[in-house]
Design a protein around this ligand. Structure first.
Ligand code: NIG
Ligand code: FE
Length: 421
């Protein structure tokens, strides 16, 4: 029986299905592309928002009947990949902090700038002053910029509001943009600026987040995950635990900022809590990584932040050797990584963090989707959501080879085709 399709992408030089499985502790010299499931002269057929056939073009064309209004795109000399998945961003922000970046170039540290009222607090002031419509327009523009690099799903955190009504408003804006976005509540990003000067301000803010703010977020129902900044300049494990444990009981799983500047035990805590991911990990012990591997906590690595801050890159090679799954994300934010280009993060993964190109592809597709609990995205398999990218690359091996980021010629998001060139 032939299956109906209303969108056909065909004659791709290579389709990367990412439908295979990476061995948990793949030796890093392993350049075997088998898990990528490469199909030469490949095609993908779509009915509405689902993939209904994938294979060699001749086989797919035999297997489907195109509807009268079907769209057919000849991919030609480009790669057809799963829509890329960015598992960590702070893309909901207003304004910019280019002035701070200049101060850092002149020697000021991230922590010094924050102590002077800049940093996250500067972005909090800008977000609170922006209307819903302005925030939605800025966010949509950024999502389109990301799509031009092939990204069709983006996790976006709140955390530039730090006050209950503005956090709820941030989550409502994220939700209004639709399911390209996975919203994460990040009340524990920093102490709200208006409480910082007060003697008991920190304790009051922690109590508010763990109580009233979390209750309101859970009741609103827009957030899919909860995050906390567990780090020297952020919060301790003991400070975050009450909020995160209550959140877990309310059905909000954690994905945590851990060890960007200091190892304060966040990796072990993420494992004990059953977090979906621990992110950053520039500073993490082998014990922390072993605990993450045993608990199935994915490492989401953010080379854009390490690069912008002039820090050493997180050691993906060590993580994989200890059995940890690795995803790569932009961390798109106005302070430490003003970046839309997810494939470029994968190139860093290969060039500077010890990943194979195969592992890097998984880090921006299937592994990233899995840690967002979206196993129907990030791979091209029958039944998966029709999220695809047509990337201007000559072969799968070229991901870390081009300097800068390859462009997407087109993307498909839940079956909707957009041509970018
Ligand atoms: O992931 N360091 C914590 N959070 C962000 C930066 C936020 C900001 O500086 O605005 C990060 O790097
Ligand atoms: Fe971040």
């Amino acid at each position: 029986m032939k299956v109906a399709a209303n969108l056909l992408l065909r004659h791709a030089r290579e389709v990367l299905t990412c439908g295979g499985k990476l061995a948990p502790r793949a030796p890093l010299a392993d350049f075997d592309p088998t898990p990528l499931g490469i199909i030469e002269d490949g095609a993908v057929a779509i009915a509405d928002d689902r993939i209904v056939a994938v294979g060699r073009t001749a086989d797919v064309e035999r297997a489907v009947t195109l509807t009268a209004d079907a769209t057919v795109l000849d991919v030609g000399d480009a790669l057809l990949t799963p829509g890329l998945v960015d598992a960590h961003s702070h893309s909901l922000f207003a304004g910019h902090r280019a002035g701070e970046f200049s101060l850092r170039l002149q020697g000021a540290s991230y922590a010094e700038i924050a102590a002077r009222g800049g940093g996250i607090a500067a972005s909090v002031r800008a977000l609170r002053a922006a209307s819903d419509d302005v925030l939605r327009a800025l966010l949509t523009k950024r999502l389109d910029a990301m799509a031009r690099f092939g990204t069709t799903t983006v996790e976006v955190k709140t955390g530039y509001a730090l006050e209950t009504a503005h956090e709820l408003r941030s989550l409502a804006v994220l939700r209004s943009v639709g399911d390209r976005i996975v919203p994460t509540f990040l009340g524990l990003h920093a102490v709200a600026p208006e409480l910082r000067g007060e003697a008991d301000g920190r304790a009051r803010y922690l109590a508010t987040v763990a109580g009233r703010m979390l209750d309101a977020v859970a009741q609103q129902g827009h957030a899919r995950f909860i995050d906390a900044y567990i780090d020297g300049p952020g919060f301790s494990v003991a400070e975050c635990a009450p909020t995160l444990e209550r959140a877990k009981a309310l059905g909000l799983r954690a994905r945590l900022h851990v060890g960007q500047f200091e190892d304060v035990g966040g990796a072990q805590f993420a494992a004990a809590l059953g977090a979906a991911s621990a992110d950053h990990l520039e500073h993490v012990s082998d014990d922390g990584l072993r605990a993450m591997a045993a608990a199935g906590v994915t490492a989401v690595l953010l080379p854009g932040a390490a690069f912008s801050l002039g820090q050493p890159m997180p050691d993906a090679r060590r993580m994989r050797a200890l059995g940890v799954s690795v995803a790569l994300a932009t961390d798109c934010n106005p302070g430490t990584s003003h970046c839309d280009a997810l494939p470029w993060m994968a190139a860093f993964g290969v060039r500077q963090m010890g990943l194979s190109t195969v592992e890097a592809w998984f880090g921006i597709t299937a592994t990233a989707a899995d840690c967002l609990e979206l196993s129907n995205r990030g791979r091209i398999v029958v039944g998966a959501r029709a999220d695809l990218a047509v990337l201007d690359l000559p072969s799968w091996e070229a991901l870390p080879y081009v300097l800068g980021s390859p462009r997407a010629l087109a993307t498909v998001t839940a079956g909707a085709l957009r041509r970018w060139q």
